[in-house]
Design a protein around this ligand. Structure first.
Ligand code: HEC
Length: 125
């Protein structure tokens, strides 16, 4: 009995982590972001290249800015002049998880946002 509980916990830990990891983010990206940013995330004329976020920020990947963009906090603060990225209301609902920020703080955010940020971080050039 104890073993099966421990096993269930382990499976949950693995499963739970994967809902916020880069692989989950990659799937969400394929469903929601490819149309504008492209399958290779290299963007286009008025859509930013998402593999160059860190490079554009002088080499320091701006984790909070990316989280805020995805979460919708950054609404109205466009990365570029021109078109503003649509707000992903559907992605913002669902289960919350705590995300560790680079500044050493943790804050609760929707799992989808955490996963997408993890994916974007993983594809920086
Ligand atoms: C309808 C087209 C469109 C879709 C769909 C879209 N984006 Fe964007 N995205 C843009 C445009 C245009 C910008 C630049 C203007 C702005 O910042 O709002 C942008 C900006 C961004 C930025 C800021 C880049 C920077 O350098 O700070 C991030 C991060 C981003 N998008 C991620 C995503 C993710 C992840 C998805 C899928 C959930 C997504 N986008 C879906 C058009 C889109």
């Amino acid at each position: 009995m104890k073993h099966s509980i421990a096993l269930a916990l382990l499976v949950c830990l693995a499963g739970c982590a994967s809902t916020t990891g880069p692989e989950a983010g990659r799937a969400l990206y394929a469903q929601n972001c490819v149309a504008c940013h492209g399958a290779d995330a290299r963007g286009g004329a008025q859509v930013p290249d998402l593999t160059m976020i860190a490079a554009r920020a002088g080499g320091a990947y701006p984790q909070i800015r990316v989280l805020d963009k995805l979460d919708g906090y950054a609404r109205g603060q466009t990365a570029y002049d021109g078109v503003e990225m649509p707000n992903f209301g559907d992605l913002l609902t669902g289960r919350l998880a705590r995300v560790q920020t680079d500044a050493g703080l943790s804050r609760p955010m929707p799992e989808a946002v955490i996963a997408l940020e993890a994916y974007l971080r993983s594809i920086q050039d």
